[in-house]
Ligand binder design. Structure first.
Ligand code: COI
Length: 356
C-alpha cells in the first residue's frame, strides 16, 4: 500500500450484502460491492474525499450530465493471488486515460494521488468482495460526471469523481458473433471516439440492438469516413491473426479507444517475436482472408471482455464461420499469460501489477 497523503473519511455499512451474494452466479455489473469512493469538485479543486456505503445519489432534474452527457469513465480489475494479496492491473494507465477522456469533455482531471489513494482505500475496505476463484475478478468503475444544475450549454463548474466495484466473471460467456457495420458511425476523426465518454456508448446502442435482433452479439465498427476499414467493437478493440501476423487498427486517428488490454496484448506479442501490424484492415482484405482461409484468429480485447474469441463475422450480408480456436492459438497463449500475470502466478516483466 502506498503512503497515504490524503484525508479520506470512511463510513462503513452496518449491513454488508456479502452474506446474500452468490459468487457462483455473477452477472456482469449487477452485483455491486458494499462501498463507494466519492470526491467533489468545486471552486477549482477536488475536496471532501470519502468512502460511504454504496447507495443512490440524489440529483436535481436539471443536472447537466442528465441533459448533455458530460461524463467519462474507466474500467479496470483487481485480483487476489494465492496468498490472498490484492493485485491491480495497470491502474496507472487507467488513471492517465481517464484524464485524457476528461480533457476532451472539459472535465477537470483527477490527480494521480487522488485516483490511487481513493482506489486503494476502497479496495482495502471491500477486500472481501474480490473473488479468488480462477476467471473471476473485481471490476472497478471509476467515473467523473458534471453536477451543476443548469440548462445552459457550458462546462459544468462542479463534478463528482466516484469509484465503485463489482465482483465479476466473464463478460462474454461464449465466443462472439459480430456484424461489420457499414452504415452507422461510432466515431469520426476529431470527435470523441478515443475517449471513454458516456455518449459514445449511448450512440452505439441502437445500431448494436439492430444487429442483436439479427442474432449477432456485437458490431465491428468501420471508420466513419469511408466505412471501408475495421476500427473496433465498442465493448472491445479487435485483433486478427492473418498469415501469422497480428493486425489491429491504429489508435492515431483518435477514433478508437486506446485499450489497455490492447496495449498489453501487443506488448506480449512483440516480446514473443510475433509480427505486429498496427494498421487498418479493410473489409475487402478481411473478406479475402476469410475466403482463402488465411484468417487464423479474430478476437476482441478489453478489460471487461478480456480476450473474447470471435466465432463468426457477418460481412457484406454473408456469415463467415471462423476456425475453431486451437490449443496453440495466439489468443489462448496471450489470455493464459495475461491471467498468470494478473493473478500473480508468474513474474510481471512489464511492471503492470500494483500490489495493495
Ligand atoms: C471495459 O472493458 O472496462 C469497458 O468499459 C467496456 C464496457 C462495455 C463494460
Amino acid at each position: 500500500m502506498m503512503n497515504q497523503t490524503l484525508e479520506i473519511k470512511i463510513k462503513k455499512t452496518a449491513t454488508s450484502k456479502l452474506p446474500q451474494t452468490d459468487f457462483d452466479n455473477l452477472v456482469f455489473g449487477q452485483t455491486i460491492s458494499d462501498h463507494m469512493f466519492i470526491a467533489d469538485y468545486k471552486d477549482g479543486r477536488w475536496d471532501n474525499f470519502r468512502i460511504e456505503p454504496y447507495a443512490p445519489l440524489s440529483l436535481n432534474p436539471a443536472n447537466a450530465t442528465l441533459h448533455y452527457g458530460q461524463s467519462v469513465f474507466e474500467g479496470m480489475k483487481a485480483y487476489k493471488n494465492e496468498q490472498g494479496e490484492i493485485l491491480i492491473f495497470r491502474a496507472d494507465a487507467n488513471q492517465k486515460r481517464l484524464n485524457e477522456s476528461a480533457k476532451r469533455l472539459c472535465i477537470p482531471e483527477v490527480p494521480e494521488d487522488l485516483f490511487m489513494e481513493g482506489l486503494l482505500t476502497l479496495l482495502e475496505t471491500d477486500s472481501n468482495w474480490i473473488p479468488s476463484k480462477p476467471g473471476y475478478s473485481l471490476y472497478i468503475r471509476p467515473f467523473i460526471f458534471a453536477t451543476d444544475d443548469y440548462l445552459g450549454i457550458r462546462p459544468s463548474a462542479t463534478y463528482k469523481f466516484m469509484i465503485f466495484t463489482c465482483p465479476v466473471g466473464h463478460y462474454y460467456a461464449k465466443p462472439v458473433k459480430v456484424k461489420v457495420e457499414t452504415h452507422y458511425t461510432r466515431a469520426a476523426e476529431g470527435g470523441t471516439g478515443f475517449a471513454k465518454a458516456a455518449g459514445n456508448y449511448a450512440g452505439s446502442l441502437y445500431p448494436a440492438l439492430l444487429a442483436q435482433k439479427e442474432g449477432y452479439d456485437q458490431l465491428l465498427w468501420t471508420d466513419g469516413k469511408s466505412h471501408k476499414n475495421i476500427e473496433e467493437s465498442g465493448t472491445m478493440n479487435v485483433m486478427f491473426v492473418i498469415d501469422g501476423k497480428l493486425i489491429t487498427a491504429p489508435v492515431s486517428t483518435g477514433t478508437i479507444l486506446k485499450g489497455i488490454t490492447r496495449d498489453s496484448v501487443l506488448t506480449l506479442a512483440r516480446s514473443w517475436g510475433l509480427p505486429v501490424e498496427e494498421r487498418f484492415l479493410s473489409i475487402e482484405e478481411l473478406q479475402s482472408a476469410l475466403e482463402n482461409g488465411k484468417l487464423q484468429e479474430a478476437f476482441g480485447t478489453g478489460t471487461a471482455a478480456t480476450i473474447a474469441h470471435i466465432a463468426l463475422i457477418n460481412l457484406n450480408g454473408k456469415d463467415y464461420t471462423l476456425p475453431q480456436k486451437s490449443d496453440s492459438a495466439f489468443s489462448w497463449k496471450v489470455l493464459e499469460t495475461l491471467d498468470a500475470i494478473k493473478y500473480g502466478r508468474t513474474e510481471d516483466p512489464f511492471g503492470w501489477i500494483i500490489k495493495v
